[in-house]
Write a protein that binds this ligand. Structure first.
Ligand SMILES: Cc1ncc(COP(=O)(O)O)c(C=O)c1O
Length: 438
């Protein structure tokens, strides 16, 4: 390692590997060399503070030696065993997740990524209910396989249509910067009407992110998730909570549903499970779901189901959360983040909305607080948002700038000092955006 220059790495990656979600012609990927904690370094030695935990996935921070050691040890003992076998890492991880998952969820099906977890979740829901339709929300992202990109409500679905049949999208309480959030009762009213119009007996499951992430950290109004739970119970619909992004301490609780004491029938998890050190995801199930398979086959499987290396990495990761009190720390730092958000809103007329739950946060920019016209249109960008993103990049703050939003999702071990450093850079960037305010 270390034999290629930064430019050689970029050129070879672009020449021989296909990058996702972008046209290849104008690619300018960053060549990254190493990372530690809440920071990473480019091949040229530039330091970045990671305010998005890469893809909101490196929850415990980068390159924790405790996880690296666990991976190396498992690789020497038993790097892989076929999924029909029982192994110690699988046994221990299954038991640990049963302990952490809400309510009576106490069994998991292991997969490799968030999309695969959601894919299996809906197939399980269909098998268990004997129904075909799946409800999903518009402001959602559920993955990029054929089924899960169809479940996805946001514009990344458009280029993949027609998708899987029998997916019905519903509006959620949020409508973008310019319209206030619906209260729970209003939103649940629309949801119930959709259920009635589709035929309750045809709907297997409602899949939803408890707090949608990529679509803007949309914290539901109080009563919404409890109401969804009630509607699902009333109509025999399975509730699938997609906690791929919101799980594992991101919101200051192990799972986002814990904030509202809601127990879904199926809970999918990925990113934070092994904090992206290796790919692993899981579908968590309640007895009322998995008992269906006591006498029936689940017609699903994967060569790398319950991969020993991944299970060992996840176990070590969960130990780090516990040893370092990261879930509690995320809740505390969430309060600090809320203070920074408020300060930004006071100082900058371009800040229209701020939201966070734990270390799951966003700053939304507007052209005018009166009209709340977003600084970039839905599914688009603007010169101002590009200038903000360029400023952040130049000053060593890595995060996702999407539409009119700037994500604030650092790794959970972030310190108060590092948070202050990141928000100071954001403060500078917003001066650029303020100039566009009318
Ligand atoms: C809520 C949610 N579900 C599913 C996925 C898909 O996960 P993966 O990219 O690991 O397939 C993501 C990815 O960002 C996500 O945020």
């Amino acid at each position: 390692m270390g034999e290629l220059t930064s430019q050689e790495i970029v050129d070879l990656c672009v020449r021989h590997t296909l990058f996702d979600w972008q046209a290849q012609g104008a690619l300018e990927p960053m060549a990254v060399a190493s990372a530690r904690g809440a920071e990473f370094f480019t091949v040229d030695g530039k330091r970045y503070l990671d305010f998005n935990s890469q893809l909101v996935s490196v929850n415990i921070g980068h390159a924790d030696p405790r996880v690296a050691d666990a991976i190396a040890e498992q690789a020497r003992i038993l790097p892989y065993a076929s999924p029909g076998m029982a192994t110690e890492p699988r046994a221990l991880l299954g038991r640990k997740l049963a302990e952490l998952m809400p309510g009576d969820l106490d069994k998991v099906f292991f997969c490799l990524g968030g999309a695969e977890a959601n894919e299996n979740a809906i197939r399980i829901a269909r098998a268990v209910t004997g129904r075909q339709k799946i409800l999903a929300r518009y402001r959602s992202y559920h993955g990029a396989t054929f089924a899960t990109i169809t479940l996805t409500g946001e514009p990344r679905r458009w280029g993949n249509e027609p998708g899987m049949p029998n997916v019905v999208h519903v509006l959620d309480p949020h409508h973008g910067t310019q319209r206030p959030v619906d209260d729970a009762e209003t939103s649940l009213g629309y949801l119930e009407e959709t259920i009635q119009l589709e035929g309750p007996g045809t709907i297997a499951a409602f899949i939803l992110e408890p707090v949608p992430g990529a679509n803007g950290i949309l914290i539901p109004p109080d009563g919404y998730l409890q109401g969804v739970r009630d509607l699902c119970d009333r109509y025999g619909i399975l509730m699938i909570a997609d906690e791929v992004m919101s799980g594992f301490g991101r919101t200051g609780r192990w799972f986002a549903v814990d904030h509202w004491d809601v127990v879904p029938d199926i809970l999918t998890m990925a990113k934070g499970l092994a904090s992206s050190y290796v790919p692993i995801s899981a579908v968590g199930l309640r007895p009322k779901v998995y008992e269906h398979f006591d006498e029936r086959v689940y017609w699903g499987g994967l060569t790398w189901n319950s991969h020993t290396l991944a299970c060992a990495a996840a176990l070590a990761t969960l130990r780090v959360y516990e040893e370092d009190g990261l879930v509690e720390h995320a809740a505390e730092m969430g309060e600090v983040m809320a203070g920074h958000h408020r300060e930004l809103a006071e100082r900058h007329p371009s800040v229209g909305l701020v939201r966070n739950l734990g270390l799951f946060g966003i700053v939304e920019l507007v052209r005018s607080r009166e009209t709340m016209e977003p600084m970039a249109p839905f599914n688009g960008t603007s010169e101002e948002m590009k200038a903000v993103a360029a400023y952040l990049d130049e000053h060593g703050l890595f995060t996702l700038v999407r539409w009119n939003g700037i994500m604030t999702n650092p790794p959970l071990p972030i310190t108060e000092r590092q948070l202050a450093e990141g928000f100071e850079i954001l403060d500078g960037a917003l001066a650029v955006a303020d100039r566009a305010v009318v």
